[in-house]
Unconditional design. Structure first.
Length: 67
C-alpha cells in the first residue's frame, strides 16, 4: 500500500500558488474534491496532481483547436 500525502488547505493553496478562498470556492463549485477530517479539509496530493494533468491536457487540446 502506498502512503498518501495529504495537504491541508494552506498547503494546497501554497502548492498551487492560489489564495485559500479560491480553494474554498472550488470546493463549493465541486471543481476539486477533498475530505474533511476533524473539521479540517485535506487533499490527496496525488489526486490533485492527477486533476492538474487533466486540466493541462485540456488546455493544450483547446489551444490546438483555435489555430
Amino acid at each position: 500500500m502506498t502512503k498518501q500525502q495529504l495537504l491541508d488547505i494552506d498547503e494546497l493553496a501554497n502548492y498551487l500558488k492560489l489564495r485559500r478562498q479560491t480553494i474554498y470556492n472550488w470546493l463549493h463549485q465541486k471543481k476539486i474534491s477533498g475530505i474533511k477530517i476533524g473539521g479540517v479539509w485535506r487533499f490527496n496530493k496525488k489526486d490533485v496532481d492527477d486533476w492538474l494533468k487533466t486540466k493541462y491536457h485540456r488546455t493544450i487540446e483547446t489551444k490546438g483547436q483555435r489555430q
